[in-house]
Ligand binder design. Structure first.
Ligand code: ADP
Length: 319
């Protein structure tokens, strides 16, 4: 198995949980607990892939501050090669503060190094020997975005396969070169909101059809409702596994990791979707995106119906 290169943003999440009333300007409120975890879609996907047993390399940028140490240590502890992680004393590491209750959350993010990281900062050596390139948070990474298509094309030229997760578009314009970029993407992972924004229709199947370009496999994540892809033009739908989530942060990134793990091993699409859904569901067992992601054995056990949920999802595929 060749290493998977994950390129992208890196920041810790400081989760403040259990508020009774949400803070208003000029007020102080108390929360029950705090958790400091590895945040950012790219890092959560990278750790998810490593936890499943894949060799993973990470290329990204931090400042030279305690948050940077926290992030690189978390990646290293997961067994990820961080030799292409750039530290720039001129910028601060990104940080997200998440104020959560059992039913909702508000996120406050300082992008810091995330905004200044460019595709040109990824050395060619980072791609060397890799089998796959994964990029997350296309819209959030304003520095990376302009060179993203070129980086993906370079990867293809070197024989790598590629995948992209758009993440939410804060401007809600839902384009900025994405359709062009998709021409260099083998697997595309929008969630429901992103799919609707990009496809411009209510029906997810119609949105996927509108995004098709002859190359890209679109895998749509529909939260607790499951996931969807088209196989030979026909919808293939896999429901979510029933779990009682502690925190759904990063479920989509763990899903991506699971899908890539199976897809890179040439599993049939339906099997890859099931395995991904298991990884997404199991990642919700702990606070934070990378708190308790699935091992391959745990995901397989859930798929086979002998895991914690002890149920195999019913297929409801359109004919
Ligand atoms: P994102 O985090 O990108 O918004 P989703 O919320 O759609 O992505 O989650 C990705 C996948 O994780 C879903 O397709 C589903 O398989 C799984 N998942 C997410 N939330 C739950 C949940 N509450 N229960 C079970 N599985 C879930």
């Amino acid at each position: 198995m060749k290493p998977i290169l994950v390129v992208g943003e890196l920041n810790p999440d400081l989760i403040l949980s259990g508020y009774r009333s949400f803070p208003r300007l000029g007020q102080e409120v108390l929360v029950d607990d705090w958790t400091l975890t590895l945040g950012s879609a790219s890092a959560i996907a990278a750790v998810g892939l490593a936890r499943l047993g894949n060799p993973v390399r990470f290329a990204g940028q931090t400042g030279c501050d305690p948050w940077a140490d926290f992030c690189s240590q978390a990646l290293e502890t997961a067994g990820i090669d961080v030799s292409h992680l750039k530290r720039d004393p001129a910028v601060k590491t990104g940080l997200t503060v998440s104020i959560t209750s059992a039913s909702d959350r508000a996120l406050v993010t300082c992008l810091g190094a995330i905004a200044s990281f460019r595709a040109e900062d990824v050395p060619g050596a980072a791609l060397e020997g890799c089998g796959h390139l994964h990029i997350s948070s296309y819209f959030l990474q304003t520095g990376l975005r302009p060179g993203c298509r070129n980086l993906l094309a370079q990867a293809h030229a070197r024989g790598l396969t590629t995948s992209l997760d758009p993440g939410f578009d804060p401007s809600e314009q839902w384009d900025d070169g994405l359709r062009e970029t998709l021409r260099e993407v083998d697997v595309f992972f929008p969630n429901e909101v992103e799919l609707r924004g990009l496809g411009g229709a209510e029906d997810p199947v119609e949105c996927i059809r509108r995004l098709e370009n002859g190359r890209t496999l679109v895998v749509a994540k529909l939260g607790a409702a499951g996931c969807l892809a088209l196989e030979h033009g026909r919808p293939l739908y896999v429901p979510a596994f029933p779990v009682e989530p502690v925190d759904t942060t990063g479920a989509g990134d763990s899903f991506n990791a699971g899908f890539l793990h199976a897809w890179l091993r040439a599993q049939p699409l339906i099997e890859a979707l099931r395995f991904a859904a298991a990884c997404g569901a199991l990642s919700t067992r702990a606070m934070g995106g990378a708190g308790r992601q699935a091992s391959a054995a745990e995901a397989e056990a859930l798929v086979c119906g002998s895991g914690p949920a002890r149920r195999v999802p019913q297929e409801a595929n359109a004919q």
